[in-house]
Ligand binder design. Sequence first.
Ligand code: NAD
Length: 486
Amino acid sequence: MSGSLSALVRNYVGGGWRHSSAAETLPIRNPASGEELGRVPLSGASDVDAAVAAAKAAFPAWRATPAPVRARVLFRFRALLEEHKEELARLLTTEHGKVLPETRGEVQRGIENVEHACGIPTLMMGDTVEEIAPGIDSASWRQPLGVFAIITPYNFPVMIPLWFWPYAVATGNTVVLKPSEQDPLTHQRIVELAEEAGLPAGVLNVVHGGRECVEAICDHPGIVGVSFVGSSRVAEIVYRRASAAGKRVQALGGAKNYLIVLPDADMDVALEACHSSIFGSSGQRCLAGSIVVGVGDAHPEIRERMLDAASSIRLGNGLEEGTDMGPVISAEHRDRVKAFITQGEADGARLSLDGRAASVKGLEGGYWVGPTVFEDVAPDISIGTEEIFGPVAGINRARDLDEAVAMMHGSRYGNACSIFTTSGRAAREFRYRAGISMIGVNIGVAAPMAFFPFGGSKGSFYGDLKAQGRDAVSFFTDQRVVIERW
Ligand code: NAD
């Protein structure tokens, strides 16, 4: 057992909880108080080697396990996740900081991926064509490839690993998971539940660490593919390094998402959606809105109502009823977000609500940034171009939809965008021209469900097959085509 809040988090290798060989460890803290919850080892190449060896050894028997039997393990795992939903959500709030309704939602999104992966006997079906030439038939089979590595970020430490590993193991592969070193505890508990569900030893392995561990994964000859989610800077590094080592790679990166409000929008819907998109999870979502563009007459109303709503957000411990917004993940990240705010002001954007001085009584050791609103954010200053990943809104004005879309297209990112309108024609036009992968129409967080692909474009994504759904099944299998004459 890992022990959910044990002092030193252990790796999970070949079905056993093992101490990492790393000498260096980092604290895992409750971001609402700064209290240390445990320590995580910074595992290196030898720990990755051990995990890959265990995964490799487990592969032949797991591949030979019939697909419906593999699916049955996931059915049991799904039931255990459901049974432990509240426990997982509370643990997640304790190590991540976001409020309980958000962590309950995250666990639910994770469960939905497990549910989808339970359908693997159908999802893995190939194609057949009879008589491709006289007396000759052809068919394709989807086959697993071996050991996959999965490297995940801190902001959805339950859901994001579940975008990948249930599909990887359902298709018959084995896995080495490298969770975020900032909040690894809830997924430790999830791995315990997977073990309880009957996932055989070595099918899923976990190695904790940071950069050195990731580099060892990218270079390891025993790993056939890597799924990565994190910042674009690291996504690009991992994509290049692991591809150069001959692996399949899908690397999902950062974002700068635009929310465009047209004058004919239902302003109540637009306000609620923009507000929760920007300030939900303290802005630490890859789908979070960053810049609201009020088009024409929409601007004065959305600006005034956004400012009002942002001013009334109650910061606090996410476990407590009535808290709207929790802390950000770490002291370092809090300082980074505050530095963006200071720079934005110095660069000439109008700071209409300043969250830098926020604190919470009795939780002075927490990592607080209050809701912050900038107006007139020039596209070439740092708060206009960079992903801030904190509760910071920009509110801009555009003459018309063309100008708003041009602003959006100025971003190097292409993760998500939304339009608010009652015009089907404007919405259709937006969808056609957006050039961005996840599009909301009167929706502030356009998060694809488990049976749709999740991932961006431009600087938000490196690779081709995305997370979840059919893309995941394709990523974790190769199609072998057989041509037969008898
Ligand atoms: P991060 O890039 O700092 O870390 C992600 C992973 O990479 C972690 O496991 C970390 O240990 C590892 N890592 C960090 N630095 C490394 C380095 N120099 N070399 C090799 N590995 C390294 O990201 P984060 O701060 O944990 O997460 C937030 C980021 O993730 C944001 O940019 C957010 O937009 C992005 N994200 C994207 C999506 C998406 O779907 N596109 C989803 C969630 C989060």
